[in-house]
Design a protein around this ligand. Structure first.
Ligand SMILES: [Zn+2]
Length: 183
């Protein structure tokens, strides 16, 4: 059993699943392949650990796409940018221009924009579904788009839930605890 989903900062690497602790340790990559109509077909946008070993990354090396494999598969070219390029106002502008260009699926870019630009979004990502179904929040914009106060509400709920669980589990590890919220 994994530990309780704890509140963390940073990002989860889309390749190895481990923590990308800060902007410097992250990398955003995607694949460009030849499309049917001459336009490049771009896909597979993801946030992973940066390859550069000098960027003090605790994750394993080699989270990025393997250029040789991707080229062999469907002549895909691996492209990418450092995660910090997507941060701040300049990063938001870059994301908006990429969304406008529509080279990558807008849904994937919008998700990346939320992950990088919206405080707390990544931290609540895995539990927000539970939080909504348990009525902790009702997203006032729409599903997947949360106000800061809603994100904070989910974080607070998750923290209370985690400490309640720890209190329950510590005295008797009987295995009879009611989980009820596994994913
Ligand atoms: Zn990784």
């Amino acid at each position: 059993m994994p530990r309780n989903k704890s509140i963390r900062s940073g990002w989860r690497c889309d390749s190895c699943g481990q923590l990308v602790p800060d902007l410097q340790a992250g990398w955003v990559e995607w694949l460009a392949a030849e499309g049917t109509s001459g336009r490049p077909k771009v896909s597979g946008l993801r946030l992973v650990h940066r390859r550069n070993p000098s960027a003090r990354s605790p994750g394993p090396c080699g989270c990025g796409y393997n250029p040789r494999d991707e080229f062999r598969k469907n002549r895909g070219i691996v492209e990418g940018l450092a995660l910090d390029r997507f941060a701040g106002p300049d990063g938001l502008m870059l994301l908006l221009s990429m969304i406008a260009e529509r080279e990558l699926p807008p849904q994937e870019l919008i998700e990346l924009a939320k992950r990088v630009q919206i405080p707390g979004y990544e931290a609540v990502y895995e539990m927000v579904h539970d939080a909504v179904s348990e009525g902790v929040i009702t997203p006032s914009i729409s599903a997947g788009f949360y106000l800061q106060c809603e994100i904070w509400e989910v974080l607070k709920w998750a923290k209370d839930r985690t400490s309640a669980k720890t209190r329950q589990l510590e005295p008797a590890l009987s295995g009879a605890c009611v989980a009820g919220n596994s994913k």
